[in-house]
Structure formats: structure tokens, C-alpha cells
Write a protein that binds this ligand. Sequence first.
Ligand code: PHE
Length: 447
Amino acid sequence: MKRILLTFALTATLVANFACVRKDGGPTVASDTGAIKVGVYGDLSGQTSSFGQSTKNGVQMAADEINKAGGINGRQIQLLIEDDQGQPAQAATVATKLVNQDKVVALLGEVASTNSLAAAPKAQEGKVPMITPSSTNPKVTQVGDYIFRVCFIDSFQGAVMAKFAANTLKAKTAALLGDVNSDYSKGMSQYFEEQFNKLGGKIIMRQSYTQTDPDFKGQLTSIRAANPDVIFVPGYYGQVGVIAKQAKELGINAPLLGGDGWDAPQLWELGGEALRGAYMANHYSIDDPSPAIQKFVADYKARYNNTAPDAIAALAYDAMKILADALKRAGTTDGPKLRDAIAQTADFPGVTGRITINADRDAVKPAVVLKLEPTGRKFIYTETIQPEGAAATTTTSGAPAGSASPPTVASPAAGASGTTASPAAGNANANTNTNTNANAAGARATP
Ligand code: PHE
């Protein structure tokens, strides 16, 4: 009897090992038994460590839920988490390790588009699908057919803020202040400008910085001299918080506008009261009354010491759930088959909205515009903007009742030119949550 059992065990091991070798001669993948290894990589210790921490939290929470519910076709998910310190070269290195050495079946990451762009070729070469939860630069998924994302892209997000500036704030002129080394920042500046020009606006000053700049007063002094109606700052929270503070110190009152890169609790520590009057585009609002969002927010807070989940955490949670759904449908961890299953994701009910992966491997989703309220450190929901062609009903997120206060613009400093916008009376109603629009990149502030 003992011998029979031993033989059986040996045979099983041989079969399991055999399953590791792919017929196409490609790198071996994890066997179709045992835990399913998923690689997660992000900045856990560098200048954008809030991004990596939130990603890790969101992915771990989703993986735990999946494992508690029995796993994927009976197999548990095992996360392998790597710190890339927010450096593109390091992102490429850890992605290579996860793919070639650890034999993960998929990669989740990065947040900063520049880091995703550095790592994506490693996933593509290894035929291991990568889903970035939150990199929004269009080039990321263009790296190859194994690269996906579950968020909107910057041509949409940049246009959303240009429309908000022109239509809602009635801005006629804008200054740009971006990070020259960031693909995200460069793309956002370009898309903002294109849309702002279409709406009759003009960029009257361009300034740039790098993440290592000690301060931004030189750039801000030039911007102050140009006296724009709004200042578009498509950077990350670490610099934006300081920029907001120094802008106020220089007496600049034009509203600062930005995108998802501002989203981190540390923004408040750096910018504080100077963030009053600023607006940003983002992926979701934690004040959204939809039951799915409120359950997610409550579960996350209970799990993570009452920390509110930022958009990165929500997107990371959605990315893990979408990967699990694709693994289930594929019935295998084989790279090409898993790739196909991810590509077929349609109408997936995510926390950040219904997610359908399009032919470009991007997700087409609405954006929200949030107003920064330093008292209580709150991002206050102002409106939802739908992408082109989407029906208003496709958003799961309604306007949080009662919080759709009319946008207000910082009043111009005494003696400043009279071109600074005042809020249009027509924007004072709370109807802006269901805007659809026919414009190119899809955003309009008023229906
Ligand atoms: N979208 C940013 C990028 O592509 C990253 C980011 C997403 C930052 C969400 C904050 C919140 O670089």
C-alpha cells in the first residue's frame, strides 16, 4: 500500500512538473496546481511612496477577499510584492525578477506612467500580462498586447480639466507648470493645452521643474508676472503641495488645477491651507453614495486603521478583482490565454465604475472633478464627466447628494486684471453629475 501511494505521489509530481514546460518553448509558467503567484510592484520607499503603499493595500484587500471565498478555481492567490523606489530602472529590474525568476502569472503595477513604461517591455517579452491600475499616459498600453489598464487615460483627464477651466471657471488664460521628467506630466500638459485652445483659451506661460528641485519660486515668479486666470500643475503630490504653498507666499491667487497625481494624504501636510480654491480630476470620490463605493470605503477603513482609500487603492483593488475574474474565465494561468481573457473583460462592476477593456487595452470611464477643502482635508465632489459616447446611466456613481456645491473661484487679488473667472450662475445647480458630451475627448462642464 505504501509503495502504491509513493508511486502515485511521484507520478503526480512528474505531471505537475511537466505542466511547467510550455509547448511553445517560452519561459515556464507556474504549474496549474498550488498557489497562483501574482507580482505587485511599486514605490514603497521613494518620493512617491504613497502611491505604492495604496496599491499594496488595495491589492492585498482584494486578494484576501478572493482567497477567503475559496480562491480561483480552488487555488489561492499568492502575492509577491516588490519595491521599485519610484525609479524607472528599478521598476524594470523588479519586473524582470518577478517574470523570469519568480514566474508570476501576471503583474500589477506601476502607478507613475514613467515607471510602468520602463517595466512593461519586461512583461511583454515574457508573455506575462501586466495590468496597471493607475498609469494614465496613453503610451503605457501601446508597449504591447500584454499590457492593460483599468483607469482612464490622460487625453481624457487633461481635457476634463481644460473644459472645467474654460466652461466652469470661465478662464481665458492659463499657465502650465509641469515635471519635465514625467511622461504623465508632459502628456497632461499637452492634452490640457489642446482642449483649452479649442475652447478659445490661451496658454500664456510655460514653466517646468524636476522632482529634485529645491523650490519653485523662480517658476512661480514668472507665472505671477504673466497673471493667468488658472495655473495647471499636472504633477505628483510631493511637488504640488510645495508649489501650492510657495504660490500663496508669492501672492498668487489664481486657482491651481491638476489631475490624479495630486491624490495622497501627504498633499495636505505639504500644501495645507494654500490648497484652498484648487481643483483636480480623479478616478472616484469616496463621498459617492453608491453602495459599492460605501462598502469598499468602510471595509478599507476597518482594515487599515481608519485610513480613507484614495483612488490608487480603489483602482488597485479593481485591478486585482479583474485579474481574478480573467483567471477564472481562462481556467489556466497560461500567459497567452490569460491575456485573451483580460482583453475580453466587459462591464465588470468595479469600485471605480463599470470597467470594459477596449481594443487599445484601456478602460473607458468617467472622471470626477474634486474641489480641495483644507478644513477637514477633504476632496469635495463637484461633478462627474463622462467619456465620449458613454450614456449617462453607465456611471455607477451619482453625485453625492447635497455635496454638489457650485464651484467657486478664488477672487482675484486686489489690483489683478479683471479677467479672472467668476463662477457662472448656471453652474450652481446640482445637475452636473450626469453630463454626457460629444466633444473629442469627451468632457463638458455644462450639458
Ligand atoms: N496617473 C498617474 C500617472 O500615470 C499616476 C497616479 C494615478 C497618481 C492615480 C495618483 C493617483 O503617472
